[in-house]
Design a protein around this ligand. Structure first.
Ligand code: S3P
Length: 208
């Protein structure tokens, strides 16, 4: 398929170089709910010809119940333990593109595993975009509060210093998905293949 974002063939070779440099490592997307980890992750996996794994979906399959039901029946600590186990298993099966739930990277044990077995990419989104996107679905237990916007603000404040420890950061904003995917590929290539002149690792590739 022709690559419209790059000169003929360049995209394909960039992707091949990323796959080769990854070896058995995965690409792990971290960031807030609504940042687009699943949407971008699915497209990124297609471009890299790697399996896409959604940690939330895998947790639900392992538990045999939905995330809201896990929270309600067993509580958040139980969910977090299951989340850590599932992500550890997914990382052992690399390489893949793995989308993690918004709270997963907050656990040190999970961050250490991701550091050892993957390249981490923070999809950074501002509160306004997150609110716009999370409003479409009512299945996030943490946002069942009197003031979801205030909750999102608090979570961003708590979590951003930790998300910032990811290897790479890309602004997730309202532009065509393939543009964000192209930026992820450029950042991965720069990080893994050493063409640092094109992007400094963990520097934002674009401002919102
Ligand atoms: C959570 C995010 C959700 C899901 C759970 C908790 C969080 O995943 O794991 O509801 O703590 O931010 P998404 O980030 O995919 O919405």
């Amino acid at each position: 398929m022709p690559d419209t974002a790059t000169p003929a063939g360049a995209g394909a070779s960039q992707e091949a170089e990323i796959i080769s440099a990854l070896g058995m490592r995965s690409v792990v997307l971290v960031g807030m709910m609504g940042a687009g980890k699943s949407t971008i992750g699915r497209r990124l996996s297609a471009r890299l010809h790697l399996p896409f794994l959604d940690a939330d979906t895998e947790i639900e399959a392992a538990a045999g119940m939905s995330i809201p039901d896990i929270f309600e029946t067993h509580g958040e600590p139980h969910f977090r333990d299951g989340e850590a186990r599932v992500i550890a298993r997914l990382l052992d099966g690399g390489p893949a593109v793995i989308a993690t739930g918004g709270g997963a990277f907050m656990r040190e044990e999970t961050r250490n595993r991701i550091r050892d077995k993957a390249v981490s990419l923070w999809l950074k989104a501002d509160a306004e975009i997150i609110m716009k996107r999370v409003k479409r679905r009512a299945d996030r237990p943490l946002l069942q509060t009197a003031d979801p916007a205030a909750t999102v603000g608090r979570l961003i404040e708590e979590r951003e210093p930790v998300y910032q420890r990811a290897d790479l950061t890309i602004w997730s904003r309202d532009v065509p998905h393939e543009r964000i995917v192209d930026e992820c590929l450029d950042a991965l290539h720069a990080w893994l293949c050493g063409d640092g002149s094109r992007q400094t690792p963990n520097a934002l590739s674009a401002t919102p």
